[in-house]
Design a protein around this ligand. Structure first.
Ligand code: KIV
Ligand code: NA
Length: 265
């Protein structure tokens, strides 16, 4: 195997090779996704939703993100591992941002961090990059701002927000970000942004004319029935498979059909 690096994903864009990215939060799944050949694993703060059951990404802490990240790192031999800076550990405070990013790198062994926002976070990004820590940007629907947005609806429909997003993407590239996630924006706008920068644009709900795609693992494996936005494709129905397996196990236990003669000492 050859390790995926922040440099190699930029080369992939230059060579026209699309980048595959999924979220992971634990050792076992990280190992499965890495062996399947995923390019990038994101230890997303979506762990707050799918791991902890919160309604938003806001409650998850830096310590919890570091726990998830170090578990993922132990399962990976090839993928690039990127970790979200959680809400309240960087916004509007560049020194705090560097401290948080440093903790993640030092305590988990991750390869890069991701944070949400454009111009507002310029000083934080500059500091983190200057410290030798690779940064992935995140624009469009940035879930840590959900209470400002009021809903998880499509972003940058209006010209003013679209214009700011285009400027922010250019700025993130200038600041030294190695890639940017664009979440839930019109495909046409995402295409325009992808063409305007040399760093890879990874889309989620941003169409196909970008440099790669990311999905939340639990969503694309069909582990729940409750979340089905238009942009989500379910590649498996694990909810059904797990339900069948567990139902069968319960039946066997109740009927004393498990364990059998060969399954005991
Ligand atoms: O936390 C997350 O899962 C993310 C992706 C959806 C990009 O930020
Ligand atoms: Na996130």
């Amino acid at each position: 195997y050859k390790r995926v690096t922040t440099k190699s994903v930029v080369e992939m864009k230059a060579n026209g090779e699309k980048i595959s990215m999924l979220t992971a939060y634990d050792y076992t799944f990280a190992k499965l996704l890495d062996s399947a050949g995923i390019d990038v694993l994101l230890v997303g703060d979506s762990a707050s939703n799918v791991m902890a059951g919160h309604e938003t990404t806001l409650p998850i802490t830096l310590d919890q993100m570091i726990y998830h990240a170090s578990s993922v790192i132990r399962g990976v031999t090839r993928a690039l591992v990127v970790v979200d800076l959680p809400f309240g550990t960087y916004q509007s405070d560049p020194k705090k941002a560097l401290r948080s990013a440093t903790r993640i790198m030092k305590e988990s062994g991750a390869h890069a961090i991701k944070l949400e926002g454009g111009k507002e976070e310029a000083e934080s990004i500059r500091r983190i990059v200057n410290a030798g820590i690779p940064v992935m940007g995140h624009l469009g629907l940035t879930p840590q701002s959900i209470h400002q947005f009021g809903s998880f609806a499509l972003r940058a429909k209006e010209e003013a927000e679209a214009q700011k997003l285009k400027e922010d993407a250019k700025l993130l590239e200038q600041l030294g970000c190695f890639a940017i996630v664009l979440e839930k924006i019109p495909a046409k706008l995402a295409e325009e942004v992808a063409k305007s920068v040399r760093i890879p644009i990874i889309g989620i709900g941003a169409g196909s004319a970008v440099d790669g795609q990311v999905l939340v693992m639990h969503d694309m494996l069909g582990m729940s029935n409750e979340f089905h936005p238009k942009f989500l494709r379910k590649y498996a129905n694990l909810q059904e498979i797990i339900n069948e397996a567990v139902t069968h196990y319960i039946q066997d236990v109740k009927a004393v059909e498990f364990p059998n003669e060969n399954e005991q000492y």
